[in-house]
Design a protein around this ligand. Sequence first.
Ligand SMILES: *Cc1c(COP(=O)(O)O)cnc(C)c1O
Length: 403
Amino acid sequence: MPDLAKELRKIKSDGLWRKLRAYCPTGPVTGEIDGQAVINFAANDYLGLSHHSRVRAAAQEALERYGSGGGASRLLSGNNILYQKLEQRLAALKRTEAALVFPTGYQANLGVLTSLAGRGDVIFADKFNHASLIDGCLLSGAAVKRYPHKDLRILERWMSAAASFRRRLIVTDAVFSMDGDLAPLPALAELAKRYDALIVVDDAHGTGVLGASGGGAVDFLNVKGISVQIGTLSKALGSLGGFVAGNRGLIDYLINKARPLIFTTALPPATLAAAMTALEVIKDEPQWRSKLMNNAVYLRSILKTTGINVDDQPTPIIPVTAGSPDTALKLSLALFDNGFLIPAIRPPAVPAGSSRLRITVSAHHTREQMDRLVKALRRVMGNGGRAMSSDGKSWTGMETGNR
Ligand SMILES: *Cc1c(COP(=O)(O)O)cnc(C)c1O
């Protein structure tokens, strides 16, 4: 047995210790941890659809009719008839010929990258891409070049020198999951065209949220030429699963090649029914999207008024810089003592020196809840960045979070 205790001690002393806490939801944005009530600013269920009455009813009906489990891989008997309709609706949402659902977004990313890229290929990946894209790149066996966040100049320089590779891919988050900013998709699509590359966009956080009908970042930015669009059912769609949208040939290829689809069990029918109904709600009830956007604008504006530096972005992800992992953790704990659930995001989720609080807004937060959050934040961040830890000992000031 390796010396795990020693490694764990190091993780702890680096301020990177992670532990699971039991969360009991009591509504779309409220819950309890260890008996303490909290307002949840830490979920990606942006529209609260996991609690929507139609979504829950559809899941219940599918559970009663088809049972609790997927039963087998999709290529055996797990391909419940609900998949077909769900995939048609996802393709319609993304305006593509076809779509393919995976058990998670993580697996969709592994499946796409390991199927489309291999030895002799090169993948250009934004440095801030989600871990599942990074893992997919590494697992593919292709050469991987990680360009500085959104740095088109460096990307172009590298791409112009990559003609000898068999295939070139550009891989990017559409909405960066820990920063809440948008990728420059039109410029990336242009580069892909110029240097004969395939562009793969992971819109986990834009799907259902951005665009007039919730189609996502590609829709919102009105970009053409994105050959592979990835999304998740696990965030704004309030369910679980990942998906790929593209042309029929791509989807057929993935069905035949993608090991994270082939060698795993299908999703439970209730999960499929929930996602399918969430797509209907997204179409029928655009008010959730506008409430979400209004809340995101409101929270950013009151944070700024308080002197907390936030970027203007059209997304519900709002990072607040803390610097060191320790500082982020202490802020998070102090907020918890004030009844707010806001996670400290630390390496390896973000680069060293850029630990942060990651606030996510929901359509269901009230102004009063957001006002209280900002007051609490101001209190715990203190004047000049001093604050109190949850055990009452004062601790040193904020670091600036230069990456
Ligand atoms: C959350 C996330 C995923 C993973 O999706 P799951 O369905 O939760 O596995 C993939 N990519 C990005 C950018 C994400 O934020």
